[in-house]
Design a binder for this molecule. Sequence first.
Ligand SMILES: Cc1cc2nc3c(=O)[nH]c(=O)nc-3n(C[C@H](O)[C@H](O)[C@H](O)COP(=O)(O)OP(=O)(O)OC[C@H]3O[C@@H](n4cnc5c(N)ncnc54)[C@H](O)[C@@H]3O)c2cc1C
Length: 389
Amino acid sequence: MSGPTTGPEAYPEIRDAVRALCAQFPDSYHREVDRERAYPAAFVEALTQAGWLAALIPAEYGGAGLGLAEASVILEEINRAGGNAGACHGQMYNMGTLLRHGSAAQKARWLPAIARGELRLQSMGVTEPGTGTDTTQLRTTAVRRGDRYVVNGQKVWISRVQHSDLMILLARTTPLKAVAKKSEGLSIFMVDLREAVGRGLAVRPIANMVNHETNELFFEDLEIPAEHLIGQEGQGFRYILDGLNAERTLIAAECIGDGRWFVDRVTRYAKERVVFGRPIGQNQGVQFPIAEAHIEVEAADLMRWQACTKFDARAPCGTEANMAKYLAAKASWEAANACLQFHGGFGFAADYDVERKFRETRLYQVAPISTNLILSFVAEHVLGLPRSY
Ligand SMILES: Cc1cc2nc3c(=O)[nH]c(=O)nc-3n(C[C@H](O)[C@H](O)[C@H](O)COP(=O)(O)OP(=O)(O)OC[C@H]3O[C@@H](n4cnc5c(N)ncnc54)[C@H](O)[C@@H]3O)c2cc1C
């Protein structure tokens, strides 16, 4: 592969190819999908067929064998082109959990089928209604009975379940009172949704602000074959954290894509829209928030590359992944705000796509981790301030 490997034009061949694919799905396609509250099935299918969603799968299993850096460029370009990678980004970061912690038999069983586009691994079930961000307190249990685990409990906000075949589930296998550290005794499992739904797993969709397929899950004596346990029993929290670093870094890249989309759109509009006999972009009151947004998006991008580089080198990257997600989500949100503001009333018209992208990028201040929790991580784990919880 030629060209730079960090920065706004890194991996030019991937960018060009993803841009060409995205060009077949113009704004009107994404607008219509949003209006219908539908799943962008044709778009996700095209990405799958082109192999982009198997980017992280090693070549020996039929994937492209690329790293998180390249995966981040794919997702960034989707958002930069006006789409929303949230419909399919789950496969990218869930893959890492299977790749890094799955057994040889598990990888051989699932990865080739995912690479061929026959199976989707789009979902990860962590969040619970009763415990929220306080993950180690989660109440869903998986109890070993012979060659099975029996799962009981509830999850909330679990995305893409209706468009996935597989889901990674985090559940408690040893009661909290029986472990030395609260992060111990949690395990991760691969749930085959095709077998589970209707046989111990009920799915209830949640209508929400974004066109994002997300659900409540109810587990009642769901049986999972014991060989679906990923890695060692009790170590699931550690494995999930690895996956969360990938997720935060990839979502940072999506926010960078959003941020550039907003800056491009508002710059173009501010040059064209004439009020009081001159383009609105001639006023510094309009120029400065746009310039500020551009600076912040580009600065956030630098931290995204640090996170990618460390993740791909298997170096600890929690600090960079969290800081990249914080900076990028903040920058894209500020770019969205400037874009909406300077489109005036037209910013609210669905036909301009600004209000749709505005809603989509707003999510990343809350999910997959809220801004406050990132600040708390940096305060306590990077700066060594006293623990607050
Ligand atoms: C559209 C969408 C899709 C999602 N998809 C998934 C998914 O696929 N899988 C999954 O597992 N989860 C998913 N989530 C859940 C998401 O990760 C959580 O919503 C998020 O982590 C926040 O948790 P919570 O909603 O329980 O908020 P809470 O934990 O209840 O927190 C509420 C607010 O209080 C603040 N807060 C809480 N504690 C503190 C503290 N100690 N200090 C300062 N502030 C604090 C938080 O910052 C937050 O703003 C999704 C959420 C949404 C909205």
